[in-house]
Design a protein around this ligand. Structure first.
Ligand SMILES: Cc1ncc(COP(=O)(O)O)c(C=O)c1O
Length: 372
């Protein structure tokens, strides 16, 4: 019996439409039994850890945690505005960009509506759509890259939002500024384009733009950002959104009055202002992303070029050499990576760029695995 049938036969509370169709999100593993300090390369967390200034700001807050946080995230919005040259009134902060994804969907989609996303896009888009009874529409990609024409061809009268992670997790691919502008230009004005630029700070390409310029040009574009990746504050849950005043107004009506906690606000201000820490993290990724990509390619693994802080090697079909076998081999040696079956990429593993030692260890262990 399915959960749905089971629910119908019971007389108790029934959740809203779509909710029982959600397969709960499974995060990256954090532990390996019997291993004290596993190498954790499963969640695209920062290799270098947070800015010392962010940690100090977090600690300094300890005596004040009995106070409610600033419900308007004013100091943080002002700091983000200063650093990125944006009007703070057009910024909304959230408890991770996950919350902002969910809020955007809750504000603009409902039963019978469609939320369009790219086939191998971030899983929170279909989960968010189902949670409000909307239909997630997965659009095929080309070479594991979002396909603008295919996305436009899947937009219907029912479409309320189009989500593009740029760069995308887990594929690591991206759309150029021009392609994103072409996507926006092809959308009806009532459809929102949500550009999820969680990995923007890692991208090192001249034709890339995180979405700010498109938000400034159009009434139907928002850009989502996170403090979980290059800023290394994943544990505090902090994200932000930049959008047109009308959309910002809508989201501010619906979000919780104290949706961002005080520790996240304090650490966030220090982190966004510590541009040196960001530059260090970026330089680290600039060095190790090509290094790890090249090492894995040398082993005969197929890789789509990634511009994020992770790679997505594709393993052979041979059961002794496939992604499941590689995952188990690494796990037995204390290294946690991410299986990709949930993203429809069961032949791949996603591996986050770690510290120098971690990258060397994962490359050497995979070389051993392929030769074993
Ligand atoms: C594309 C993308 N968007 C959003 C998020 C969520 O970020 P946050 O930790 O801010 O909720 C992630 C996290 O992995 C991501 O990969």
């Amino acid at each position: 019996m399915t959960d749905k049938q089971d629910m119908k036969e019971k007389t108790g509370p029934v959740p809203g439409p779509g909710i029982l169709d959600i397969a709960p999100y499974i995060g990256g593993e954090a532990k390996i039994e019997g291993v004290d300090r596993p190498i954790r390369l499963a969640s695209n967390e920062s290799a270098l850890g947070p800015s010392a200034k962010a940690v100090a700001a977090y600690r300094a807050l300890a005596g004040d945690i009995f106070r409610y946080p600033d419900g308007g995230s004013e100091a943080l919005r002002a700091a983000i505005g200063r650093v990125h040259g944006l009007d703070p009134a057009r910024i909304v902060c959230g408890s991770g960009s996950d919350e902002l994804i969910a809020l955007m969907i809750r504000c603009y989609a409902g039963v019978g509506d469609e939320v369009v996303y790219s086939r191998h896009g971030f899983l929170m888009y279909p989960i968010g759509a189902k949670s409000v009874g909307a239909t997630p529409v997965a659009v095929p990609e080309k070479s594991l890259t979002a396909d603008v024409d295919a996305i436009l061809a899947h937009v219907t009268d029912k479409t309320k939002l189009v989500f593009v992670a740029n760069p995308n997790n887990p594929t690591g691919t991206y759309l150029s500024e021009r392609e994103l502008a072409r996507l926006q230009a092809g959308l009806p004005p009532h459809v929102i384009l949500a550009i999820d630029a969680a990995y923007a700070e890692f991208v090192n390409r001249n034709d890339y733009e995180p979405g700010i310029r498109l938000v400034d040009k159009a009434e139907n574009v928002v850009m989502l950002r996170t403090f979980s990746k290059i800023y290394a504050l994943a544990g505090l849950r902090l994200g932000w959104m930049y959008g047109p005043p009308a959309i910002v107004d809508v989201v501010n009506r619906v979000r919780g009055p104290f949706n961002v906690n005080a520790a996240a606000l304090a650490a966030g201000v220090a982190a966004v202002e510590d541009t040196e820490a960001v530059a260090r993290a970026r330089a680290h990724n600039d060095k190790w992303l090509p290094w790890l990509s090249e090492r894995l390619a040398r082993l005969g693994l197929e890789l789509t070029p990634s511009v994020g802080n992770f790679v997505l090697p594709r393993f052979p079909d041979d059961p002794k050499r496939n992604a499941d076998a590689a995952f188990a081999y690494l796990q037995q040696r204390g290294i946690i990576t991410r299986k990709m079956g949930g993203y429809g990429l069961p032949a791949c593993l996603r591996i986050t760029i770690g510290t120098s030692e971690e990258n060397e260890k994962v490359a050497a262990t995979l070389a051993e695995f392929m030769a074993s």
